[in-house]
Design a protein around this ligand. Structure first.
Ligand SMILES: [Zn+2]
Ligand SMILES: [Zn+2]
Length: 265
């Protein structure tokens, strides 16, 4: 198996050394690991700067690729925070860099961050969720350099779950448009297993979304644990593969040099 969503201390919210992942990954029988540290340009929080030290990041990935050749495959990825107003960075940042895999994720809407709940300010939860999906639709259509869309329904983590438990059903018209746009652009989605860690009943996205994506013709799905330390590497991957099968997928996907490769489940 391949874990295609892993953070290291090149991300502000992780203190794990990149190399620390290698031994546990080999021990778990992983064939490959893709590092996807954060790049969130104009992230709306003064205390949090998610800008990557690209030169040293690429250097460390290349060092590990060489060192562990034949033992495990290391992939160079990035988790690119998409926001409508930074569309020009999609061209400027990627013009002189190459990645195996770019995971495009939404971490802010309305220029407010999701993590601390800033996106809810002055809005009903319903309106805030609609904004999230509308901006996601704009981004999956407008951005060109991402390969897969990250944790599509992660918004469910950030609403007040006591007051208004999130359910995809209410937002399916938006979600379908997003899935269609992703497919039409030749991109994919990720199955992010971190949902359970946050106390949600399902992975991201939930099974209703995965099934619909498949029905619409979607085939490209990467598997990612969204680990920020070694304890969650490949978290619940066996179950994630079962979920994919039950939703009609025969393959999951990895990316090498930006090109998808399909692996039989
Ligand atoms: Zn993310
Ligand atoms: Zn992540």
């Amino acid at each position: 198996m391949f874990d295609f969503h892993v953070h290291t201390n090149f991300s502000l919210d992780s203190s794990e050394e990149m190399e620390n992942y290698i031994a546990p990954a080999i021990q778990k029988g992983l064939k490959g690991i893709c590092f996807t540290d954060h790049l969130d340009i104009d992230y709306p929080s003064v205390d949090s700067v998610f800008i990557i030290d690209y030169i040293n990041y690429a250097k460390e990935i290349n060092r590990l690729k060489d060192k562990y050749k034949g033992k495990i495959e290391i992939f160079a990825g990035i988790e690119f925070g998409m926001q409508p107003h930074i569309l020009e960075a999609d061209t400027s940042f990627f013009s002189d860099k190459s990645f195996d895999y770019v995971l495009g994720s939404i971490h802010a809407t309305g220029k407010k961050e999701l993590y601390m709940g800033g996106f809810l300010e002055g809005l009903t939860e319903h309106q805030a969720i609609v904004n999230y999906f509308e901006e996601m639709l704009f981004c999956v259509k407008g951005f060109k350099n991402y390969n897969n869309l990250g944790h599509l329904d992660a918004i469910g983590r950030y609403v007040d779950r006591e007051r208004m438990p999130y359910s995809s059903v209410k937002y399916f018209e938006y979600i379908e448009e997003i899935l269609k746009a992703v497919i039409e652009a030749g991109k994919g989605i990720e199955l992010n297993t971190s949902g359970r860690r946050y106390g949600l009943p399902d992975f991201h996205p939930d099974q209703s979304i995965l099934k619909r994506y498949r029905e619409l013709g979607g085939e490209i799905v990467t598997l990612g644990s969204d680990s920020h330390n070694i304890s969650t590497l490949a978290y619940n991957f066996a179950e994630a593969l079962d979920v994919l099968s039950s939703c009609g997928f025969e393959y999951y996907t990895i990316y090498r040099n930006g090109k998808p490769e399909f692996i039989k489940i």
